[in-house]
Design a protein around this ligand. Structure first.
Ligand code: FES
Ligand SMILES: [Fe+2]
Length: 357
């Protein structure tokens, strides 16, 4: 749980130059993104031996592959020879061959063949396998951590799986509907995350969402445990999002940037990362899943609401980036109660970056 004293003490945001300084982003990449679990792909993309897919873990391009031995592995998607990217998208194959000079790797990452290497007495094939990353799955969701010695995904998820199950959701029964990609948000990644972490803006900025979910401060729950911040939104009890199999909205952030959303009503879940592309550029995608029996009408209504809220949020975060990078103010102000999850997030950022620089 959040320590209320620590939370109450935080009344200022991070310094605004942390949202505009490329040096801060470099440190965030090294100390946060390179050491965290990120949602990357669906398990059905790599369910069978011979299947592979590509993804990103933060800024790191990775290839996920299930080898003949049945094990799912992940590697940096860059050739050990001279750096050509290896794969793109979903594929089914026995080996990975680089398009530049045809070095060929097994799906276990080992270097199998390198043309002309037999003419090089010092060539050590065994030392030139693909660089591994950590890969684990939860339900139909595959996560990647660039750190090959990362702590287990279960440590990062904490009680999230239990919360989803307690809320009426069987994640293993979900079917994938589609992926929405938005890789061009004109803001720092932290502006996107902070906007996700409070619903203080919902009553004014998201009238359609506020009709479905009770966003008033006494009804809308905010909690943080470990690396997961959770918002629990009870339905107002009208329309398609009245309590059904799913009793409450659940909106979780897995630090630093993976969001997990569940609306009340029928079984549904969307999941995806928020990652920096540049100091003022953020990439997102969301994979939408629904339960096996969800009808098209409910799904269409759910996606329409989500797209509407997404458009409203994009306008907000891009405007905030303009405001905070204007140079007119050094920092902003946080409400201790309604914005406690932003304080949680900012304290994790500060903790990861340290205060020495
Ligand atoms: S860069 Fe991959 S084989 Fe040369
Ligand atoms: Fe919003």
């Amino acid at each position: 749980m959040i320590d209320p004293m620590a939370t109450a003490a935080v009344t200022r945001t991070l310094p605004y130059d942390w949202y505009a300084d490329p040096a801060v982003l470099r440190v965030e990449q090294e100390r946060i993104f390179a050491r965290s679990w990120h949602y990357a792909a669906r398990l059905d993309q790599v369910a069978e031996p011979g299947q592979l897919t590509t993804a990103y873990a933060g800024e790191l391009p990775v290839v996920l592959a299930r080898a003949r031995d049945g094990e799912l592995r992940g590697f940096v998607n860059v050739c050990r020879h001279r750096g050509h990217p290896l794969c793109e998208g979903d594929d089914r194959r026995e080996t990975i061959q680089c398009p530049y000079h045809a070095w060929t790797y097994g799906l276990d990452g080992s270097l199998r063949r390198a043309p002309r290497s037999d003419r090089e007495p010092a060539f050590d094939r065994s030392a030139l396998g693909l660089v591994p990353v950590s890969v684990e799955s939860f339900g139909p969701f595959v996560f990647v951590n660039p750190d090959r010695d990362a702590p287990p995904l279960a440590d990062h998820l904490g009680d999230l799986p239990a919360r989803l199950a307690d809320g009426g959701l069987d994640v293993d029964a979900l079917r994938f509907h589609r992926r929405d990609v938005a890789d061009d948000y004109a803001c720092n990644w932290k502006v996107c995350v902070e906007n996700f972490l409070e619903c203080y803006h919902c009553a004014t900025a998201h009238p359609s969402l506020a009709k479905a979910i009770d966003v008033s401060p006494d009804a809308y729950g905010l909690e943080a445990h470990g690396l997961v911040a959770s918002q629990i939104g009870p339905p107002k009890g009208v329309g398609a999002f009245a309590a059904g199999e799913i009793e409450r909205g659940q909106f979780h952030l897995l630090f630093p940037g993976t969001v997990v959303n569940v609306m009340p009503g029928k079984p549904n879940l969307s999941i995806g990362p928020i990652v920096p592309r540049d100091v003022d550029r953020t990439a997102r995608f969301l994979d939408y899943f629904v339960g096996p029996d969800v009808d098209d009408e409910w799904l269409a209504g759910y996606l329409e609401l989500d797209e509407q809220v997404g458009r409203e949020d994009r306008a907000l975060v891009e405007a905030v980036q303009r405001g905070i990078s204007s140079g007119g103010l050094e920092a902003g102000t946080l409400l201790g109660e309604s914005e406690q999850l932003i304080a949680w997030f900012q304290s994790l950022v500060v903790g990861a970056l340290g205060t020495d620089d």
